[in-house]
Design a protein around this ligand. Structure first.
Ligand SMILES: Nc1nc2c(c(=O)[nH]1)N[C@H]1C(S)=C(S)[C@@H](COP(=O)(O)O)O[C@H]1N2
Ligand SMILES: [Mo]
Length: 510
């Protein structure tokens, strides 16, 4: 047998095994991170999107429901050939092999980035895959190079190689299967979530008058899929509601251990509540308004019997995140603090804390809105530090008055003349009593407000301004429930929330 041909086969095998390992880790990373599309699926969808309609219809007619498996199979086949080719190239020209991979990675990158709803997290599986390939390829071919360089006694490098290739192949299968199991877990929880019919959770009805009907303004009710997401967890916890328990302990007379059914059997309270993130910059999007349904925390704590001297509840989520909330805000009968099980009329979405999260009107999310809640300890602020406190954020976080311009969009161009401007303003648990706008540093103009439903929700505002042609700046400020105008002082989001007036530039044309 020609030894060089033989070794070419081994290099091709190295390429194939390394490529398969990269596919396995990227697949598992995608499922673990609950990224919707792995790079391979993204490429498949991209091909479908780029294929002319008649061809797609023909393919579906000819192939029926086999079209997707065949497409994925075809992509995997092309990948397999490319992986093997990269392996053979690596023997003499390692950089050419890296080049093959760079091209594949670039294709995957473009496909992932161009999918609708792309988030930067979606690129992690691709990165994991490429790094795996690089690492495995280097490791596997080291033994082959040793052979061809005559450094090892003939055949020993080859044996090492075959053992390594076998180990990697087994690991790749293991990683792939683990990824599948993780993904299956999520699908099961998602299925049980969808099947839940929660009795205390009613359909939201957007109240009359809260919407001003201005084109481009943020809708008063934020739909689930537009509600911002903030969490430290890379893989979102997927909790089977039947397994879920909430432990209430610490400075209490009686410890409680509550199941999901225990909560569902209780009296529910429901409310429109606006939630925002302390990291929201002036004019930012990390704020939303939803219809929340759940059990009043006050009633749970009454049942547990809070001991004198406690001033906080420390919450822990299933993924180990912690959060401290002042006791007075969750026991106050005037404030609808709840263990929420419903959002916008349905069970909480998994990303928003399924099966149970906290919602406390008037506090930033980082000090109140624990998702995937599993533990409440009644305690004292001086006895603990929650997740964000040692990381430079404040211990407590009452929200600050804020207002935002949605229309016109920043840096857009509008026709000169009377221009409708508008946006939203919020100061939960104090309320908004006025909004004013200022054009080009001139006088403040009163804006109209949508009807103010409660002190816990944001309001829409709008105004009509006479705008001549040219470049302009527009500013907004809101007045809170105590009659205090929002401060112009600009402060950063850390440690306890940004302040300042939202200011945008736009231009008007004749
Ligand atoms: N378990 C857990 N809960 C969490 C967080 C987190 O990192 N982990 N982030 C908090 C922060 S900072 C905010 S602003 C809100 C955001 O809630 P949302 O993602 O449903 O909008 O969740 C809070 N609850
Ligand atoms: Mo946040």
């Amino acid at each position: 047998m020609d030894p060089s041909r033989d070794s070419r086969g081994l290099w091709a095998l190295a390429g194939l095994v390394a490529g398969a390992a990269g596919l396995a880790t990227s697949y598992a990373a995608g499922l673990a991170l609950t990224v919707r599309q792995s790079p391979v699926v993204a490429v498949a969808e991209w091909i479908v999107a780029l294929t002319p309609g008649p061809v797609v219809r023909l393919a579906i007619r000819v192939l029926g429901f086999l079209d997707k498996p065949l497409l994925i199979g075809g992509i995997l086949l092309v990948l397999g050939i490319a992986f093997a080719a990269a392996g053979v190239l690596a023997r003499r020209r390692p950089w050419a092999a890296v080049g093959v991979y760079a091209v594949l990675a670039l294709l995957g990158f473009v496909a992932v980035v161009s999918r609708p709803g792309f988030r930067s997290l979606d690129l992690v599986p691709l990165l994991v895959g490429v790094l795996t390939w690089l690492g495995v390829m280097t490791w596997l071919t080291r033994s082959l190079s040793a052979d061809s360089a005559g450094m090892a006694s003939a055949g020993s490098g080859r044996r090492t190689f075959l053992i390594r290739a076998g180990v990697v192949a087994l690991l790749a299968v293991g990683v792939g299967v683990t990824g599948r199991l993780l993904g299956a877990g999520r699908r099961t929880v998602e299925a049980s979530r969808r099947l839940l019919r929660l009795e205390g959770v009613s359909e939201p009805v957007v109240p009359d008058g809260v919407q001003l009907g201005l084109q481009g303004i943020t809708p008063w009710q934020t739909p689930d899929e537009r509600f911002y997401l903030i969490h430290t967890a890379l893989a979102v916890p997927t909790i089977d509601p039947a397994q879920w328990r909430l432990r209430v302990h610490g400075m209490v007379e009686r410890e409680l251990l509550l199941s999901y059914d225990d909560l569902l059997a209780r009296r529910f309270s429901e409310a429109w509540i606006t939630l925002n993130c302390v990291s929201n910059p002036v004019g930012g999007e990390l704020v939303g308004n939803a219809w929340w349904s759940g059990v009043p925390i006050r009633e749970i704590l009454e049942e547990a019997g809070v001991k004198a001297g406690a001033d906080a509840i420390l919450q822990t989520s299933e993924d180990g995140w912690t959060c401290g909330t002042p006791l007075e805000t969750v026991t106050d009968p005037q404030r609808q603090a709840m263990l929420a099980v419903g959002m916008n009329g349905r069970a909480l979405p998994i990303e928003h804390g399924f099966p149970v999260r906290m919602i406390v009107p008037g506090l930033y999310g980082f000090v109140s809105a624990t998702k995937w809640l599993v533990d409440i300890e009644v305690t004292r602020f001086r006895d603990f530090e929650a997740y964000w406190t040692p990381r430079g954020w404040s211990e407590r976080g009452p929200v600050k008055t804020a207002s935002r311009i949605d229309v016109p969009a920043a840096d857009s161009t509008v026709p000169a003349g009377p221009v409708r401007v508008g946006g939203v303003a919020w100061h939960q648990h104090s309320g908004i009593t006025g909004v004013q706008v200022k054009l080009d540093g001139g006088p403040w103009h009163d804006a109209e407000l949508g009807s103010v439903l409660s002190v816990d929700t944001w309001v829409q505002w709008a105004a009509t301004l006479d705008v001549p042609a040219g470049e302009h700046t527009l500013q907004v400020r809101a007045k809170d429930g105590a009659g205090v105008w929002q401060t112009p002082v600009e402060r950063d989001v850390a440690p306890d929330g940004a302040t300042g007036w939202h200011t945008i530039a736009f231009s008007a044309e004749e």
